[in-house]
Design a protein around this ligand. Structure first.
Ligand code: HEM
Length: 88
């Protein structure tokens, strides 16, 4: 049975996610959040859940008309984070 995963502070999550995406795409911004291993270590995230996030992201990018090449650029930057986010 899947347990419910809740962010304790959605306003913060929205801000830090934006900062992080901006940073890894070489935008002019600073990431002020915690590192990926510390922020996810207590959540017991599986590969399946990680993949679900990637699929949702792709759906959102398609909906927004993000070109395929740009989508792949972002996904390629996120891929190495899997080893810090997935703990189960
Ligand atoms: C590459 C994939 C991912 C990225 C880039 C990412 C990014 C982030 C960032 C930037 C934060 C905020 C850190 C902070 O508060 O300082 C965060 C927190 C969090 N992430 Fe992720 N995440 C990823 C995958 C996932 C997945 C797959 C799940 C669950 C299925 C998840 C669940 C959470 C939760 C629950 C928090 C909130 C922790 C808290 O409120 O203390 N994340 N993530």
């Amino acid at each position: 049975m899947a347990e419910i995963l809740m962010a304790s502070d959605l306003v913060r999550l929205r801000r830090t996610l934006k900062e992080q995406f901006c940073c890894i795409l070489a935008g002019p911004c600073d990431y002020t959040g915690r590192d990926m291993a510390s922020s996810h270590k207590d959540h017991g995230i599986t590969n399946r859940e990680f993949n679900a996030l990637v699929e949702n992201l792709q759906l959102a990018m398609n909906r927004e008309g993000v070109p395929f090449r740009a989508q792949n650029k972002l996904l390629a930057k996120l891929a190495p984070m899997q080893r810090d986010v997935v703990t189960r």
